[in-house]
Design a protein around this ligand. Sequence first.
Ligand code: AQP
Length: 339
Amino acid sequence: MTTELLPSPAPVEAPQPRPRIFSGIQPSGIVHLGNDLGAIRNYVMLQWEYEAIYCIVDYHALTSTHDPAVMRQRTREMAASLLALGLDPERCTLFVQSHRPEHAELMWLLTTVTPVSWLERTPTYKEKKQNQPDDINHGLLTYPVLQAADIAIYKAGLVPVGKDQAAHLEISREIVRAFNNRYGVTFPEAEAVYTEAPVVLGTDGVRKMSKSVGNTIEILGSPDEICKQVMSMVTDTKRILRTDPGRPEVCNVCQMHRFFGDDWEEIQDGERTARTGCVDTKKLLAARIIEHYAPARERYAELMAHPAEIDGILEAGADRLKPLAQATMDEVRTKMGLR
Ligand code: AQP
């Protein structure tokens, strides 16, 4: 009788931790199409593959929102918007920046490795100086250091954002590099992750869609509001008559159709051959945006009717992050000679 050797059991592999990502969004109340196509779609998708941490950055918003009641309301609205658009608190951690005060402490420590000249050259700082000349507070200048701290405190390696954040993220990388050089490697230099629409143009068809410019399409607004905003969109400025052939490659309306339906080629062709007019293309886009976001709009209304549920999710998120944030702070304080 031969004795057969049993095959040795395959080594049991420990489950690999999912790589960590982080992103922040300001509690601005409204969510526009640029936020969704440029960033939130990635938040939703990446929560399945990554350990995803998403933060409503109220400390940042204090640089321009000064009414406490407005701040509270907008924070809740932003949380409800993100949840309505698909963030799942079972798959990701959603929390409010000020609920984890370690962000502010790390920011202070990082300011000590950050030359002021880096901050003064930030494009958004220069922009804000023009947009709110009567309120150039120090927070506007140090905004990128707080952003660096937001990402670094969780040692996130990837940051889903829109392209408008590229310069900020580059400064974040420089800041953590400066820290690592001085105190030893502590933080990863996080990389941006972009969607297929890293820059969504506003209804003017020229500038980035942005609340402060007032060229937004508010996706969770009423169908009437969405319709009005879409119908105000600037199309191909060289197409004067209905019979003029259009240039879909420069028409913002046509470009947006790419994300709402699988007949983009046909829509482009219709415009190119003047088979369809700009008004037709806009009406169709408005209808599709309204339809696409209808379930999110419904969910948003439900959530806003149950504020305690929203607050519970945010609180649980901040609690879950406490050990991680505190471990980083312990390490940083030790490395900097603070203990
Ligand atoms: N137009 C856009 N195209 C692509 N991505 C965009 N994002 C914002 N606008 C566009 C991305 O959305 C995320 C949240 O950004 P934020 O917190 O800066 O959002 P916001 O305040 O709503 O952006 P605005 O409208 O541009 O604000 P203001 O006018 O106040 O400065 C980020 O990942 C951002 O890249």
